[in-house]
Ligand binder design. Structure first.
Ligand code: DAH
Length: 341
């Protein structure tokens, strides 16, 4: 290679670098740097070619090359400054009269809202909240609650078993056993939580739902106390004008057992699809704790007595929201959630 041909290459590089700089944009900065100024860039490659020149030519060409490098670098630097400045200018041009962006507001899930409301009502009556594990053993979920060994709830059809002894709790009544095992009465607690049942999924039932159980154990607790507590709750939760009805029922862990209905607040007791034309809605199960349950947790049934109750959260939540499909609560459809905010 001769000095002359290297000079031609230097000039070519100079003019293409200058043209590129004239058209440079912020996105092309890295590309430009790589093409001309990096260790493998065009200018560096020209420096490589100095090696093959004679000593005198090398000096001269070196000088030209250094000039080229300085020129391209300084022009590149001032272009960088210019680009920076113009992006600041754009910032300054922000139009403050533009309408604001509306940010969407979050809200508590309807299940959470119902739970909180129920908790508040019972807290005011002196009940505190307790929680237990969702993965339970047979003892706490069934045996200690006086379920006979052949009870249908113990069937795989109804309960998610993990193995013969371990299962997903089917009701929050299991927490009652834990509380009775560990706490000495008086006990006055509610037990909110998630429960699981192996059910066909439909508009009315889901494999997972929520319950709140309650228990009050002390000396001389009577059925009248239970009735008073439930009526007080129902009036606060559903409104003073509600009518209620207490019917005998059956649960293995209470004796006597009862269920409570309230007058249908959707049709004002006239009869509708939701209350199945009866004018009544079933809202909870309850009863006096069965003597066997005291025995199973090592409490003296002659010393203590108490009541228990339990209710599902989903049904009352959808009734109050005026929707008729329980699955809407779990699908997290943004169109539905937005309406709750
Ligand atoms: N555990 C029952 C259920 O899941 C509800 C229930 C009824 C709970 C009566 C209670 C009770 O504590 O006393 O259907």
């Amino acid at each position: 290679m001769s000095l002359q041909s290297l000079q031609i290459e230097i000039e070519k590089t100079r003019s293409s670098a200058i043209t590129d700089l004239q058209n440079i944009t912020s996105e092309k900065i890295d590309f430009f740097k790589n093409k001309y100024l990096s260790r493998k860039g065009e200018i560096a490659l020209l420096f490589e070619k100095l090696k093959i020149l004679s000593v005198n030519d090398k000096k001269l060409a070196g000088k030209f090359l250094n000039e080229l490098k300085t020129e391209v670098t300084s022009q590149f630097d001032s272009k960088l400054l210019e680009l920076n400045d113009s992006s600041k200018q754009e910032e300054k041009l922000f139009d403050y009269s533009l309408p604001g962006r509306i940010s969407s507001k979050g809200s508590l899930h309807p299940i959470t809202q119902t739970m909180m409301e129920i908790k508040n009502i019972f807290n005011r009556m002196g009940f505190s909240s307790e929680y237990g594990p969702e993965i339970e053993d047979d003892f706490h979920n069934f045996s200690a609650l006086n379920f006979p060994p052949d009870h249908p709830a113990r069937d795989l059809q109804d309960t998610f078993f993990i193995n013969q002894n371990i299962l997903l709790r089917t009701h929050t009544t299991s927490v009652q056993i834990r509380a009775m095992e560990t706490g000495k009465p008086p006990i006055r607690i509610i037990m909110p939580g998630r429960v699981f049942r192996n059910e066909a999924i439909s508009a009315r039932s889901y494999c997972l739902f929520h319950q709140v159980d309650g228990v009050y154990i002390d000396k001389k607790v009577s059925m009248a106390d239970l009735k008073g507590t439930l009526i007080n709750f129902a009036k606060q939760f559903y409104g003073n004008s509600i009518k209620f009805k207490i019917r005998p029922s059956y649960f293995p862990f209470t004796e006597p057992s009862l269920e409570m209905d309230i007058s249908c607040f959707l049709c004002k007791s006239k009869g509708c699809r939701i209350c199945k034309q009866s004018g009544w809605l079933e809202i909870l199960g309850a009863g006096m704790i069965h003597p066997n349950v005291y025995k199973n947790v090592g409490l003296n049934k002659n010393e203590w007595n108490g009541f228990a109750f339990g209710m599902g959260i989903e049904r009352i939540t959808i009734l109050r929201m005026g929707i008729d499909d329980i699955r809407m609560l779990y699908e997290n459809d943004i169109r539905m959630l937005k309406q709750l905010a």
